[in-house]
Design a protein around this ligand. Structure first.
Ligand code: NAP
Ligand code: ZN
Length: 353
């Protein structure tokens, strides 16, 4: 066991505070990673506030983890000490169900073992990346390309794969008109991938102040979703829309923007059900779908694609002591476009904020 500095929420909605966790001694297949950076996902906020139910406290959030391998178990072949490594939302899965076998561990029939607010196969609670180290089975550890800025690579482990995977699944590329709803952590990655795949990308935002940034990040068009005339002008024109919005919103207004046979896919996970009028789907044979993160093989494919195309997240670095402030800013849509924790700040975890 290794005592490890971390930050945890003691109960739902509690401010995060210094906390010590025990990381296990590495087993034969385990990789020990010294965490350097961890991205801050809106899912961290949903879970710290127990908005999805079933939260386990104390909770150490964080599933956009990058760092350097410090030690490996005796049967580890994929990594060696000194390698850059990453961990996303999962640390294990059953490995034998139909979905695991085809590399979609995120849809494990038994439920994947998530990086935090979840349990290992042996029942131990998992603790995430707001921490100085983590021990993970080599099958769930990713190779991080050394050509990319390490801190700006962290958000690829969740925001990156969660947007890359559906765009690939629905074959978005040259000739597609893609809409992206919400310009936050996930949204700005969807925008970058959409353009890299060759699609015409329209960014929807409620924040007038983000319009210029959307264009800088590569959007072909920006639509202020609060402007009814601008929304109407896009009616019936999209092949595919990716919804990254974190709070309840009027999804029917966006279903109107799809072409016949178009698809709107949810990746955002608001804590309340969204209302779907039947006619919003049946007029035009439209599809409403969902997508959860991505499998390990596809996550590696995405990281390699990012290395080849020079794609990373736009980040604002924070010390762990500013985490509650970062959550507050995200809840006000004030994020450009991902907060990333520099875990060096945890080494002085009880330093004043
Ligand atoms: P984020 O950085 O906070 O961005 C969310 C964006 O949604 C905001 O910046 C804002 O964009 C927009 N928004 C927020 N409230 C809104 C409202 N009431 N009406 C309309 N737009 C609103 O969040 P994120 O980290 O990208 O995460 C987004 C969602 O995806 C969260 O629910 C998260 O839990 C979920 N998620 C799902 C998966 C998955 O596997 N499916 C993985 C990761 C995250 P504008 O300022 O541009 O309007
Ligand atoms: Zn996430």
């Amino acid at each position: 066991m290794t005592m490890t500095a971390s930050y945890a929420a003691a109960r739902a909605k509690a401010p995060l505070a210094p906390f010590e966790i025990n990381r296990r001694e590495p087993g034969p297949q385990d990789v020990v990673i010294d965490i350097q950076f961890c991205g801050v996902c809106h899912s961290d906020i949903h879970q710290v506030r127990d908005e999805w139910g079933g939260a386990i406290f104390p909770m150490v959030p964080g599933h956009e983890i990058v760092g350097t391998v410090s030690r490996v178990g005796r049967d580890v072949t994929k990594f060696k000490a000194g390698d850059l490594a990453g961990v996303g939302c999962m640390v294990d899965s059953c490995g034998v169900c139909e979905n695991c076998k085809r590399g979609e561990e995120q849809y494990c029939v038994k439920g994947a073992n998530y990086t935090y607010n979840s349990r290992e196969k042996n029942g131990d609670v998992t603790y995430g990346g707001y921490s100085t180290s983590i021990v993970v089975d080599q099958s769930f550890v990713l190779h991080i390309p050394s050509s990319l800025d390490l801190a700006a690579t962290a958000p690829l482990l969740c925001a990156g794969i969660t947007t890359y995977s559906p765009l690939r699944h629905w074959n978005i590329g040259r000739g597609s008109k893609l809409g992206v709803m919400g310009l936050g952590g996930l949204g700005h990655m969807a925008l970058k991938f959409g353009r890299a795949f060759g699609a015409h990308v329209v960014q929807f935002t409620t924040s007038p102040g983000k319009a210029a940034d959307a264009l800088r990040l590569g959007a072909n068009e920006v639509v202020l979703s609060t402007d009814p005339a601008a929304m109407k002008a896009q009616a019936g024109s999209f092949d595919f829309i990716l919804d990254t919005i974190s709070a309840p919103h009027d999804i029917a207004a966006y279903l109107k923007l799809l072409k016949a046979d178009g698809t709107l896919t949810l990746v955002g996970a608001p804590d309340e059900p969204l209302a779907i009028p039947a006619f919003a789907l049946l007029a035009g044979r439209k599809s409403l779908a969902g997508s959860g993160i991505g499998g390990i093989a596809e996550t590696q494919e995405m990281l390699d694609f990012c290395a080849e195309h020079g794609i990373v997240s736009d980040i604002e670095m924070i010390p762990i002591q500013k985490i509650d402030e970062a959550y507050e800013r995200m809840l006000k849509n004030d994020v450009k476009y991902r907060f990333v924790i520099d875990t060096a700040s945890l080494k002085s975890a009880d330093a004043p904020a």
